[in-house]
Design a protein. Structure first.
Length: 279
C-alpha cells in the first residue's frame, strides 16, 4: 500500500493511494509516477508543494519526477549515498565526520554517481537524543528549519496508525484482494476526512472538553470527531457543521503533558555550519 497525504495539524489526510499485489516492499518508480500525476491534478494551482519522503525514496528518478511537477522535495538519504565535493571528489555522507549535536548545511551538491542529481542541498546532523544520523536532501537551500520540515513526514505514520490499531482496525478485514482493499481505503479516507472535520468543528466551537476532558487538547482531531459522533448518536445530539482544512498551523496542538511537551519541542539543539561546495 503506497499513499500520498497532505499534512494537517499533526496528522496526514489521505489524498491518493495505490494497493499493489507485490512480493517485495520495494515498489518501482512507475507506480509512484501514476499516483503523483493524479495527485497533481487534485492539488490547487499556484501553491507550493513540498514532498516529504523517507530513505526508501532517495533515488534520483523519484526526485527528478517530483521536480517535473514543480514540487520541492525533502527526502531522507541513506548514509552510503554518494555526494560530490570539488576538493575531495566523491564521498559518502557518513564521511562528513559530524560531531554529536553538530549540523552541516551543504549547498549546491551533486548526489548519486549514477543518474546524478545536480544543484541539490543537504542538511546533515548527528542528533543528540536519539543518537541517529540524519541526512536530508532538499531541492531548496537548507537551513536548520529543514529538519523541522522533514519531521512533518512522520504524520503519515499517525495516519496509518489510525487505519490500524488506533482506529479502524484494517487488519481485521482479512481482505487479500488488492482492488477490494483499494475500495476499502477509499471508505477509510472519506471517514478520516469527515471525522477530522467534525473534530475541528468541535474545537472551534469550544466544545472540546465535552469529549476530551484534558485541560490541554489530548486527542487528535480525528479522535475528537470520533468521540463526538459516538456521543451524538447515543444522546441524540446533532452533528456539527463541518469546518474547512485551511492551514497546517495548529493554534491548539495536542499535549500529553506539559513535561512531555517541553521535552518534545525544546530538547534538540544544533551547532550549525553552512558550506557551499560550488564555491
Amino acid at each position: 500500500m503506497i499513499r500520498l497525504c497532505v499534512v494537517h495539524r499533526g496528522r496526514a489526510l489521505p489524498l491518493c493511494w495505490r494497493v499493489i499485489k507485490h512480493r517485495s516492499s520495494s515498489v518501482k518508480i512507475d507506480s509512484y509516477r501514476e499516483m503523483f500525476k493524479r495527485a497533481a491534478k487534485l492539488l490547487p494551482e499556484n501553491v507550493k508543494v513540498i514532498l516529504l519522503a523517507d530513505r526508501a525514496f532517495g533515488n534520483p528518478e523519484f526526485v527528478r519526477y517530483a521536480q517535473t511537477l514543480q514540487w520541492q522535495c525533502r527526502v531522507r538519504l541513506k548514509s552510503n549515498t554518494w555526494v560530490y565535493q570539488p576538493k575531495q571528489g566523491w564521498q559518502t555522507l557518513k564521511q562528513l565526520h559530524l560531531g554529536i549535536g553538530e549540523a552541516k548545511l551543504i549547498h549546491n551538491v551533486t548526489v548519486h554517481k549514477s543518474k546524478s542529481l545536480t544543484g541539490m542541498h543537504i542538511a546533515a546532523t548527528w542528533e543528540t537524543t536519539s543518537k541517529e544520523y540524519w541526512y536530508i536532501l532538499s531541492t531548496e537551500p537548507t537551513t536548520i528549519q529543514t529538519f523541522r520540515e522533514y519531521g512533518l513526514r512522520f504524520d503519515i505514520e499517525e495516519n496509518f496508525l489510525d487505519d490500524k490499531s488506533n482506529g479502524f482496525d484494517l487488519e481485521s478485514s482479512r481482505i487479500r484482494s488488492a482492488p477490494a482493499l483499494s475500495r476499502l481505503c477509499l471508505v477509510l479516507a472519506m471517514t478520516t476526512i469527515f471525522l477530522t472535520a467534525q473534530g475541528l468543528s468541535v474545537v472551534n466551537s469550544d466544545r472540546r472538553r465535552l469529549v476530551d476532558p484534558h485541560w490541554f487538547r489530548g486527542l487528535s482531531y480525528l479522535k475528537i470527531g470520533w468521540n463526538w459522533i459516538n456521543t451524538s448518536l447515543t444522546k441524540n445530539r446533532a452533528f456539527l457543521p463541518l469546518s474547512s482544512f485551511t492551514s497546517n498551523f495548529d493554534p491548539d496542538p495536542a499535549i500529553a503533558s506539559l513535561k512531555k511537551h517541553a521535552q518534545k519541542f525544546f530538547r534538540i539543539e544544533f551547532s550549525a555550519l553552512t558550506l557551499d561546495w560550488a564555491s
